[in-house]
Design a protein around this ligand. Sequence first.
Ligand code: M1P
Length: 252
Amino acid sequence: MSFANKENPKIVVLFDVDGTLTPARLEISDEMRQTLKKLREKVVIGFVGGSDLSKQVEQLGPNVLQDFDYCFSENGLTAYKLGKELASQSFIGWIGNEKYNKLVKFILKYLAEIDLPIRRGTFIEFRNGMINVSPVGRNASTQERNEYEAYDKEHKIREKMVSALKENFADFGLTYSIGGQISFDVFPTGWDKTYALQHIEDEHFQEIHFFGDKSYKGGNDYEIYTDPRTIGHAVNSPEDTIRILNELFDLK
Ligand code: M1P
């Protein structure tokens, strides 16, 4: 596996997905696709998303494993390099069934007790490297998502729930991350997006760029954005990402 065909094979550019390459949970635009195609001729490119691979396939397209040099789903707990899967660990293997059961019982009881204007389905999504908890449920439509997000902002539903989890499971070694609109991720401390960086160590890149829209403290891009190994770029939309890429890598 080699990147020798690139103009600058010692530079890698990594991207968050929602809010950075695409609007939240929506599809990539043609303009972004073209920009990434040009960028990939020059440097190595990859994404580091919090979601699982099936959602990135929906958003970035069915050929996502071919369109990016590195694909990191669930913060890199599921990882691909040039289409080949790399070794990874699992959340359930790490936490064990006994502790996991306690956590799930608490979450389900908590969710049953809170008042919400609407509920849909899939309140806990079990993933390889984390669980994702959504008070409204992951089956909410785009409009329901937007409505929930506004309600959550006002009533701090997720913030309060995360505080309760931190208090009740202080000894579990878990991190809680509110990265999207309707849910939060729960994973072992240290398994944030910096987890993905271990998968690129063997290439000894001279520059590792990272683009993310949630780079503020508490956001799920914060750790990788501020990591000393990366050059962080905070963006506020996919259009902003394109603008900075054009400037930095002279793509026009
Ligand atoms: O990538 C950011 C987040 O995207 C989704 O969040 P939500 O559904 O709440 O908008 C989830 O896949 C979440 O895991 C992820 O961190």
